[in-house]
Design a protein around this ligand. Structure first.
Ligand code: ARG
Length: 422
């Protein structure tokens, strides 16, 4: 099997010879390293590499840069985008209690529009006429990157070699060996596709695709096995101001630091693994194994506090908007105006989301055990059994019940008119 390309189908895809200089989103891994060389060879184009730091652990960016330059990149930019990622992407997700499919906190989906936005900026800075990335044609990430690049820079072409070069992993390794590209771990590396940032880590593919088998021990790298977690629970107090987590156990922290520390503490207690069957927007159903220690703790704390300060009507309504928000982001539509409309609503609700939530971490479990808020719609004086006082009058209840249930009772009578026993 040779590394051939097929003719472009999308109007924004560039074929060989159609672009002069390409901005490649470069991770330093096998796919994008092969790509760095392959684009020069097959497209006759120059390559500028761009690597983003979104807080993925264990990266040595000097090594990544060195590798890119060795492989012929004109330049390799490393951009630390952690702050922007936390403030502009993760925080809105917290305010929207964002979980796709009930379990995926969207860390990858949130990262892609930022990665693509910076790619466009850097492409323009370096006079590139195309952006290249290493997404396959089977995933959601290609949708998220392409849609953002096209929204922000309609003139930009996109090169996505994995979608059409028709090399499998074996062929890629052979190509790498042939072109002097170092292959880390070789064929022995764990057979998973990994993506990670400060908000989570995903593993897909290989043995994970066997739905009948539980996750192997080599999958989870951040979160401890609950069986090895401490035998004593730990209570973590998270302070929120207008929806934003601002402190841990009373210590004020910037958002990146707060997320990192929460992740470390929760991981130690075995909190934050998710085994998720997911409906991709490209039609496939896949299984993802996630490690989302910070998201699990901070999202449950936020949702709990929001419920405490919101009215019954706000709380019921917001759930459906939260779900809509998560779907748009999952589906690669960060620039869809509805997302901004929804954000305005999220911000408005979150004006009241100030207070402290205590989460108890113990052997894989994170449970809210205490709450306080100056905005709580809760009055201890009114909560006791058999007591009236302040704004609440128990004597009013029968009148309320009579009117509240009026239509339902009438309708019941009409439906059962003439039936036996009525
Ligand atoms: N299933 C998740 C999503 O669609 C995670 C994707 C991870 N990406 C990757 N290239 N491994 O957002």
């Amino acid at each position: 099997m040779s590394e051939t390309t097929q003719p472009p189908i999308g109007s924004y895809e560039a074929g060989p010879g159609e672009v002069q200089r390409v901005l490649l989103l470069y991770s330093g891994g096998l796919d994008t390293s092969v790509m760095l060389k392959w684009i020069q060879d097959h497209y006759g184009a120059e390559v500028v590499a761009l690597t983003l730091n979104l807080g993925q652990p264990g990266e040595d960016y000097d090594v990544v840069r060195g590798k890119a330059l060795d492989l012929g990149a004109l330049a390799c930019e490393i951009v630390d985008a952690r702050e922007e990622f936390a403030r502009e992407y993760v925080l809105p997700a917290i305010k929207a209690n964002a979980l796709y499919g009930g379990g995926y906190p969207l860390f990858t989906a949130l990262g892609r529009p930022l990665i693509a936005k910076i790619a466009v900026e850097k492409a323009r800075e370096h006079g590139c006429d195309a952006v290249a990335h290493g997404c396959t044609g089977k995933g959601n990430d290609q949708v998220r990157l392409d849609s953002t690049v096209l929204a922000l820079a309609p003139e930009m072409k996109i090169v996505a070699p994995v979608r059409n070069w028709q090399m499998g992993r074996e062929e890629e390794i052979a190509y790498a060996r042939e072109h002097g590209i170092p292959v880390k771990g070789g064929t022995e590396a764990p057979p998973y596709s990994i993506d990670d940032n400060i908000w989570g880590r995903s593993s897909e593919g290989g043995p994970i695709e066997d739905l009948a088998a539980p996750p192997r021990d080599d999958v989870f790298e951040l979160v401890a096995d609950p069986r090895e977690a401490p035998d004593e629970p730990q209570d973590l107090v998270i302070g929120f101001e207008r929806g934003c987590p601002v402190s841990l156990d009373g210590e004020r922290l910037g958002l990146v630091e707060l997320i990192d520390r929460t992740a470390a503490i929760a991981s130690r207690h075995g909190v934050g693994t998710v085994d998720h069957i997911e409906d991709r927007i490209v039609g496939l159903k896949v299984r993802d194994l996630y490690e989302v220690p910070a998201a699990e703790v901070l999202l449950s704390a936020h949702a709990d506090l929001e419920k405490l300060v919101g009215t019954i009507h706000q709380n019921r309504f917001k759930r459906s908007l939260d779900e809509q928000w998560a779907f748009l982001v999952y589906a690669g539509l960060w620039y869809e105006p509805l997302r901004e409309n929804l954000d305005a609503y999220m911000d408005s609700v979150n004006e009241q989301v100030t207070g402290e939530i205590t989460v108890r971490l113990f052997k894989g479990r994170a449970q809210v055990v205490a709450r306080s808020s100056p905005n709580a719609l809760y009055d201890e004086a009114l909560a006791g059994f058999g007591e009236s006082g302040g704004l609440f009058s128990q004597q009013s209840s029968p009148g309320f019940i009579e009117l509240w249930t009026l239509q339902s009772r009438m309708a019941y009578g009409i439906r059962n008119r003439g039936k036996e026993g009525s």
